[in-house]
Design a protein around this ligand. Sequence first.
Ligand code: MSP
Length: 526
Amino acid sequence: MGKFYITTPIYYVNAEPHLGHAYTGIAADVLARWHREQGDQTFFLTGTDEHGVKNVRSAQAVGKTTEEFVKIQREKFQALYHTIGISNDAFIYTADQEKHWPGVIKLWQKLTEAGDLYKDIYKGMYCVGHEAFITEKDLVNGVCPDHNQKPEVIEEENYFFQLSKYAGRIRELIEKDEFVIAPVARKNEVLSFLKNDIADISFSRPSKDIPWGVPVPGDPEHTVYVWADALPNYLSALGYGSSDETAFQKFWPADIHLIGKDILRFHAVIWPAMLLSVGLPLPKKLFVHGMILSDGKKMSKTIGNVIHPDEIISEYGVEAFRYFLMREIPFGEDGDFTKTRFSEVYEGNLAHGLGNLVSRTSAMITKSFNGTLTRPSEDALVLVPTKRVLHHEVSAKKVFLEGENLSSYFVREVAVEFDRAMKEHRLTEALTIVSQFYGLLDGYIQDYEPYKLVKLNQEQAGHVLWNVAWHLVRSSALLAPFMPETAKHICDIFGVSTGERENPAFIKISASSALFPSKKKHEQKP
Ligand code: MSP
């Protein structure tokens, strides 16, 4: 038992929430739920990044105050996260003057005390779309290709942060895995970036241009610049800088910052430099997931391929949505989302896979055993199979004769491997282990044919069905972080409370079993 602090990025509210934002939230949610199950005191943070000139302009465009505009947008992100079952413990937003600003201010003051902030003239090209300065080489025909916009040429006085001073130390910490960056490809990317000369970076903008943000402490002519304002959310959400820093004392450092690879450098270089400067411990791990493409392309309004989670969820439900993202997008790599693939996975793995397995099992128990089974007394009857059965190399009956059993197989091969995968944040593999176990249970039914066996030896048929039902219930504990509602539904169907999953005395069919109705009714077998 320990503590576990996990964060997502805080999202820009200027855009509408989409599939990508849902993805990070779901992955973080899976880890948070799993840690809670392990008994860890868990703090799961998400939120929104609301300062910056873009919001001011968007608000003007729709005739709202900036406060009103960001609130409306924030609520869309909150609504999405509610819909997809995100179990966050807190939601931080940077316009929150009570909760967020004190943290930004304290951190700024500490950076100043450390002598790491200085004023200088900044001259550069600013892309409003990026909320960042860009260079000549980023331009195509004089415009930023991502935003199709000419950058603004800016010459102004800024506060600068002495990032250069910390590059060497950060490199060392990453190399020694004292600050872990995963997957290793991302670690190597940062290490090679750190071989370059690292320049100091601008941490403020003049308030006359950017009035919407946190004023620089003691110098309100300047506004704290986007990243110097956004990154401290990971501290401010814990009360850092407020009159009550208890949560901060308890949960910092973060165990995982989960981010997409688009914001790797900010989190792998600037953030640790800020923390080193003020003498705070670094996050233990930065886990960098890939980007989800839509039909093979980056999602963009212009292409018109942005996927809104509601489109999918209204048809297939939240649980299938969570399943697809965790199973089909290899965690840590880029992945593609297409509706065709979604439908295939839904029909194959869920409707005809898990859903069918649960409904067949419960139907057989209802039909042949009046819906009730009692735990068999003899351990020897806790039947079978192994991977070999799954791979059809040997029939389950044979393995049974060799004396292996399903229960010990589950513990040894499934639960242990699952835990290992989860500890190492191999989420896709963890979920694959559970899915494959369903395949094994299917094979088990095929091998023992309880629907035939029941006529020859009713007691044995009862044992076969007990084993399948019990292991569906048992393995639902593993499924729970990914598909919390489905896991509970499985227990409800077999009439077992979640507390009794490991050792139920009875199975009593108690709920309707349609977990994932097929969407292709005409193709369903009668
Ligand atoms: N506000 C900054 C982050 C500050 S954190 C201190 C920001 N916001 S963002 O709205 O652009 O969100 C970027 C993050 O959203 C990515 O890092 C990722 O977590 C998620 N994603 C956005 N699009 C995505 C995909 N297409 N695929 C996967 N994740 C995506 O950057």
